[in-house]
Ligand binder design. Structure first.
Ligand code: GRG
Length: 330
């Protein structure tokens, strides 16, 4: 059982993430006003914060399921550090949660550009390039991408070797998920499948579609949960179970997104609907039909629950988050 309703947990965690993002994002004179403003326009545009929520809920689940005294107590943290005595798992995972949200936001900014998805509406507001122009939108995305890695290296501050080891592991996990092996690679396959890579078009079958999504959106979702687990000091078996859970949550998220693109209306989606069909993109509904797509999402959900249960990670919130991903508009 979750210790509080999911809605209350989401509100509490989102407030914490927003406060931290506000603190972490650079302001003038540290950076020129226009790029700072543009980054904030997109970061504070009302996203669901799914990835940070997953990171923090995972950290919390690891902390609450750990054997008494199994956790490492950090020492030697520098001035102002959160990683000193008393730091809880959520404190430890918060910088990674925010860094991943910065990377996610950069990916949406770039995805909306005319050279990619050419979208003018995101999170219910004009896309960044519509407001600031394409050049600044590209730079705001680049800025968020770079800032994310600076943040991962910097926070939580402290000189405990165990803390440094966890941060390094997370840097690698997030770098792999964001780069050509993950999100960038998936986006490249998507462009090829949509006929947007001249001379390099490909056709995706069901396995190809799944593999593309596993990279494009799944990798960062997995990295969110895995980073939360690593920062909380999870044992390897728990990290693997969390990875399996998040892999199914990520796939369910994408299947539901494809269904919403067919069935949703732009006002409630906060973005244009019907874009996939208009671009003749392969999607779960186009390959499997709506009913089978719903079944596939439900199967992902069941597997996600099983992964948690088999590792004894019954936090309540992680299960509820998986359910929310699948039913988010119903
Ligand atoms: C440009 C390198 C690069 C990558 C872009 C993630 C991505 C790759 C493109 C997004 C395209 C898209 C609309 C995919 C559908 C699933 C998705 C990631 C939706 C947006 O994520 P949410 O729903 O967004 O978590 P909010 O606004 O809630 O943060």
């Amino acid at each position: 059982m979750a210790p509080e309703p999911l809605a209350a947990f989401l509100e509490r965690v989102r407030a914490r993430v927003d406060e931290a993002l506000e603190r972490y994002l650079r302001k003038p004179p540290a950076c020129p006003g226009i790029v700072g403003e543009a980054m904030r326009y997109s970061v504070f545009a009302g996203g669901k914060r799914l990835r940070p929520v997953l990171a923090l809920a995972t950290a919390d689940a690891i902390e609450r399921n750990a054997e008494p005294d199994a956790g490492h107590r950090f020492s030697g943290a520098g001035p102002g550090a959160v990683a000193g005595a008393g730091a809880d798992a959520i404190d430890l995972a918060l910088p990674a949660a925010c860094a991943i949200e910065m990377i996610h936001t950069y990916s949406l900014i770039h995805d909306d550009l005319p050279a990619m998805d050419n979208d003018t509406l995101r999170r219910g507001r004009p896309t960044l390039h519509v407001v600031y122009g394409e050049g600044i939108a590209i730079l705001a995305g680049d800025g968020l991408h770079a800032e994310a890695f600076t943040l991962l290296a910097r926070e939580p501050a402290g000189d405990d070797p165990e803390l440094t080891a966890r941060k390094l592991r997370v840097l690698r996990v997030v770098g792999d998920a964001a780069g050509p092996m993950g999100m960038v690679g998936g986006q490249a396959i998507d462009l090829q499948a949509a006929g947007q890579a001249p001379g390099h078009a490909i056709t995706l079958d069901a396995d190809g579609l799944r593999a593309m999504h596993a990279r494009k959106t799944g990798a960062l979702i997995r990295a969110s949960a895995v980073s939360g687990a690593i920062m909380a000091g999870a044992a390897d078996a728990a990290v693997q179970a969390i990875d399996a859970y998040a892999s199914d949550v990520g796939l369910a998220f994408q299947i539901v997104d494809d269904i919403l693109d067919v069935e949703g209306d732009p006002a409630s989606l906060g973005k244009s609907a019907g874009k996939d069909a208009a671009a003749a993109k392969p999607t779960y509904p186009s390959l499997f039909g709506i009913e089978r797509s719903r079944q596939l999402a439900t199967e992902c959900l069941e597997r996600a629950h099983q992964s948690l249960a088999s590792a004894g990670l019954t936090s309540g919130w992680l299960e509820a988050i998986a359910d929310w991903v699948v039913t988010r508009r119903n």
